[in-house]
Design a protein around this ligand. Structure first.
Ligand code: WQD
Length: 371
């Protein structure tokens, strides 16, 4: 009987992590270990992921199928190496096949206010994780990077060959960690790594059972609009951070892709990690590559507001205020490399993203923790 490969997902209880774990479980090839410090997530999310996966098992599900819907969940502060090591010790040398490293602080604006916290949590903690992975003969990693590594890119849509020049401390933590992983892969070809540069994930699993549940007030536009529509945020007016950017309507443009399409991209990346990696020639100088995960379609802040007005029926009011620190005018992906080499696609349109987001939020008006 084929056994499941143990895969560790950091940030597993988060918005991206919970959807990645769901699609991993759908493959019936992996047993998931999740670590999360629940700084911006709720462990209740993992119970819902398992519940959803179990509900979709076939009537003749095998023991392996059931096992693949179990999550070994650990509350773990990645800035404390001893907590990471304890998880690896549970599985022993070679016991964890690979890691999907998602855990990070991710608010562009906030990172300009508390940069040291971002460098500690996003860079130092990643170094600790990589060192412990190596100690336990675990040398495969899918790294959650970000379009913010491009800063203000010279061309739109953005290809992966664009020079990395992040404008915010958050983006710089992503550039630094990508560089660390690439150098590690160059130094030793036992390492195999793919860095996935997320554009803007949006929406929720169509069932409405899992979705984005940030702790406290959402920092990102879409969850904030959803919270306004269910009354969890009492703001009568949305603050739009600037309309003097060189974009069609003056507000920032982002490349929104459905969270399910983003999550599926992680399975494609994990499957491409080898041992005989499908995306690297054997004579490659290093088994390291970065891919954009985006739709390749730019949408402005005001267009998002309009799309959410249609999805929720909520009459949003907004006022234009000053720019937010760290924001750049346009981050729209050229996704053709991931499409060609990973088979990645992001077919869901904006209407579907907003509909699924609203379906989740209206089912959980008070969020997971209150229900
Ligand atoms: C989008 C636009 C704001 C709130 C996010 C993640 C980041 C990365 C990419 C993964 C910006 C504007 C927002 C508000 C506004 N994901 N806005 N009023 O900054 O693109 O980054 O996606 O790596 O980690 O944080 O997304 O939703 O914060 O902002 O006008 O109240 O909406 O200025 O132009 P962002 P966002």
């Amino acid at each position: 009987m084929a056994s499941l490969k143990n895969v560790l997902v950091t940030g597993g209880a988060g918005y991206v992590g919970s959807h990645v774990i769901y699609v991993l479980q759908k493959t019936r090839r992996y047993k998931v270990i999740s670590i999360d410090n629940n700084h911006n997530s709720l462990s209740a999310a993992l119970a819902r992921v398992s519940q959803l996966s179990k509900s979709e098992l076939p009537a003749d599900a095998t023991e392996i199928d059931w096992l693949s819907t179990e999550i070994d969940s650990h509350t773990c502060d990645l800035t404390k190496p001893e907590q990471i090591r304890a998880v690896f010790e549970k599985y022993g040398k070679g016991g964890i096949w690979g890691v999907i490293h998602i855990a990070a602080y991710k608010a562009v604006g906030e990172s300009t206010e508390i940069p040291l916290t971002y460098y500690a949590n996003n860079v130092s903690a990643s170094i600790s994780l990589l060192q412990i992975m190596d100690e336990f003969d675990c040398n495969r990693i899918v790294y959650s990077s970000s379009a913010t590594v491009y800063g203000t890119p010279p061309i739109i849509p953005i290809p992966e060959t664009t020079r990395l020049q992040a404008d915010s401390p958050y983006g710089k933590t992503k550039v630094m960690t990508e560089t660390i992983i690439e150098d590690m892969c160059r130094a030793d070809k036992k390492w195999c790594a793919l860095s996935l540069r997320y554009f803007n994930p949006a929406g929720a699993h169509p069932s409405g059972m899992i979705g984005e549940e940030p702790r406290g007030r959402p920092g990102n536009l879409l969850p904030l609009l959803a919270h306004m529509a269910v009354g969890r945020v009492k703001d009568a007016v949305l603050k739009v951070f600037g309309n003097d950017y060189p974009t069609p309507d003056g507000t920032c443009v982002r490349d929104y892709l459905h969270i399910m399409d983003l999550a599926s991209g992680h399975v494609l990346a994990l499957n491409a990690l080898g041992p005989d990696s499908a995306v690297f020639p054997s004579d490659a100088p290093a088994f390291f590559k970065a891919y954009n995960l985006g739709k390749g379609k730019g949408v402005s802040v005001l267009q998002i507001v309009e799309a959410m007005r249609k999805a929720t029926g909520f009459d949003y009011k907004y006022e234009i205020i000053g720019r937010r620190g760290g924001d750049v005018p346009d981050l729209t992906a050229d996704p053709t490399l991931a499409e060609k080499e990973l088979g990645f696609t992001a077919p869901a349109d904006l209407e579907t993203m907003c509909r699924d987001l609203w379906n989740f939020q209206s089912k959980h008006p008070l969020g997971y923790s209150e229900q």
